[in-house]
Write a protein that binds this ligand. Structure first.
Ligand code: C5P
Length: 288
């Protein structure tokens, strides 16, 4: 049995997000292309002692059972008889409450880490199934890379790597609750529905311009109403030469996609003076 392990936990963005309808269980039926990005947390796991503890470099995430990383560990401990306790330390680099699956990716990393530390030999599908108990985005975070997600977000079709996306990611000084954004979503107010067929055609041809033209998120209008800064950031990124911009998940993070790393860097250099939480990121694929 290993004693310690460091697991990387990349953030996720949605390149398309369509809501098909509301389900009887309260969740919404989705169709969304998800992509991991280079911005990531680092999870330090150390076995020993009694029980599970969680600590982090950030004062914005809970250090108790509310933390999704804790919940993931607790789930595995309640299912398998593991011989010793676990200390979890989260080096938090992903903005919190941002629509970037920051909590979910930490949970996915803990599941994968425990599997390795205790040699549980769980398959990827088993880890994804366990992850869904913790949150809708956790299965994708276990899978990694890019995928088309349906259902609650857990019915995943892995996608081959698409065009490399060089992006500036900006998070306004505002957090949004995913639950509230979905609660206030109204199907009849949707104007621009993503065309995932067209998106995937451009994607498979690694046509960056075509891919960016098809990026749409039906939750944007709901989130912009609560946080108008999202629209201002989109306009600013457009002015700085972005090929396209999109809010991620339920927001409020926004990405601007640029035609080269250099162009993204120039825009980032300017926007980071206005927005403290601005990052230069690129798409992150399985095996990166
Ligand atoms: O699954 P998770 O706990 O991450 O979801 C947070 C909230 O987002 C849910 O309680 C639900 O209100 C909303 N949600 C939804 N439909 C989805 C995913 C999330 O309505 N497919």
């Amino acid at each position: 049995m290993k004693m310690q392990l460091v697991v990387e936990a990349p953030a996720k963005i949605n390149l398309t997000l369509n809501v098909i309808g509301k389900r009887a269980d309260g969740y919404h039926e989705l169709e969304s292309v998800m992509q991991q990005i280079s911005l990531r947390d680092k999870i330090f796991l150390q076995t020993g002692g009694l029980g599970i503890s969680v600590a982090s470099s950030s004062d914005q995430i809970p250090d108790n059972e509310e933390n999704l990383a804790f919940q993931a560990a607790h789930l595995l401990y309640s299912k398998y008889s593991l011989p010793s306790g676990l200390q979890i330390f989260i080096e938090k680099n992903i903005p919190v409450g941002a629509g970037l699956a920051g909590g979910s990716t930490d949970a996915a990393a803990v599941i994968q880490g425990i599997n390795e530390l205790f040699d549980l030999r769980l398959t990827q599908a088993e880890m994804m199934q366990l992850g869904l108990v913790v949150g809708s985005d956790v299965p994708f975070c276990v899978l990694g890379g890019a995928a088309l997600a349906r259902g609650r977000g857990e019915m995943l079709t892995p996608l081959p790597a698409g065009p490399r996306l060089e992006m500036v990611l900006v998070k306004p000084e505002y957090q949004l609750s995913t639950r509230e954004i979905y609660r206030d979503f109204r199907l009849e107010r949707v104007r621009q529905v993503p065309d995932n067929v067209a998106f995937l055609e451009a994607w498979r041809q690694c046509d960056m311009i075509g891919t960016v033209a098809e990026m749409k998120n039906v939750l944007e209008i709901v989130s912009i109403e609560k946080c108008p800064e999202i629209q201002l950031i989109k306009n600013k990124l457009d002015d700085l030469g972005a090929q396209g911009t999109l809010m991620s998940g339920s927001g409020p993070s926004v990405v601007g996609v640029f035609t080269s790393r250099e162009k993204a860097r120039i825009a980032w250099d300017i926007i980071k003076d206005q927005y403290r939480e601005s990052y230069l990121v690129s798409s992150y694929n399985r095996g990166d």
